[in-house]
Design a protein around this ligand. Sequence first.
Ligand code: G
Ligand code: G
Ligand code: MN
Ligand code: NA
Length: 254
Amino acid sequence: ASMLNVARIAVRDDLVMPYYQPKIALSDGRVVGFEALLRWRHEALGVQGPDTIAAAFDDLRLAAALSDRMIDSVARDLRCWLDQGFDPGRVAINLSPADFRHDRLVERVLEPLKRHGVPPARIELEITETVLLGRDTDKVAATLAVFHDQGVTIALDDFGTGYASLTHLKMFPVDVIKIDRSFVARVCEQPHDAAIVEAIIGLAHRLQLEIVAEGVEREAQAEYLAALGCTYGQGYLFGRAVPADAIAKLLSWS
Ligand code: G
Ligand code: G
Ligand code: MN
Ligand code: NA
C-alpha cells in the first residue's frame, strides 16, 4: 500500500497516538514538559514512527487528520494528568507546513483544548522554518500571533538547519528555540559545532527566548550545554518517547 493509504487506514482505524518525550532542566534534571511525537500501531509490525507515513504530512487533508488526532489525544492526556494532581508542565505538538495551509488551524487547536478543559498555556506548538518560508508569511504571522495571545507557546524546531533564521525571530512571535540535534551531537568534540551552539544560546538569551538542546545522548553533552548557558534539554540521555500511561507513572514518582 502507498504511504498515503497506510496513513488513511491508521487515521480511519484510530491507530494514531502520541508518545511523550520528557524535556528537562539541565541545572537539576527535573522534568519541565514533554514533546508529543506521533506513533501509530501496525497490526503485525507494532508501534511505528512518523517516517513510515511521512508523505501524509504533505497532504492537506491527511496532515489535518493526523494533527487533529494528536491534538485531541494530547488534550485528553493533559486533562487526565492534571486531574490526577500531576504537573506535566507544557506539552509540545509538532505542526507541519500543511497545517498552516488549512484555514481553520486556530480553531482546530483551540477547540479540543476548550472541550477537554485544558488551558492553552499548557500547549507549545513546534514549527520548523519551512512553515515560515511559505508565500503567505503575513497570514502565518497572524495565526501565530493569535496562538501567542491565547497563551500558547511557539517553538522554532530544528533551529540552525534552515536559513533566514534571524529574520524569522524578528517577524514571528517565537518564544522557544530548539537547537537541532546535529549541532548537539559533536558539541564536545567539534569546536565549530560548539561555537554555533554557543552563538545560538547567546542569541536566545539576548532575545529572552527559552532555549532547548535536542538530541542530548551523553552526560558530557548535558554538562557542556549547561556550562554554555543552555537551560533545557531533550534526548535519549533523559528519556525516549513513551506512551501516556508511562508518563503518569513517571510523574507519580517525581
Ligand atoms: O519521533 P521521531 O523521531 O521518529 O520523529 C521524526 C520526525 O517526525 C521529527 O522531525 C518530528 O518532528 C516529526 N513528528 C513527530 N511527530 C509529529 C507530529 O505529530 N506531527 C508532525 N507534523 N511531525 C511530527
Ligand atoms: O524534528 P524533531 O525535533 O521534532 O524530532 C524529534 C525526533 O528526534 C523524534 O523522532 C525523536 O524520537 C528523536 N530523538 C529524540 N531524542 C533523540 C536523541 O537523543 N537522539 C536521536 N538520535 N534522536 C532523538
Ligand atoms: Mn520537534
Ligand atoms: Na528538532
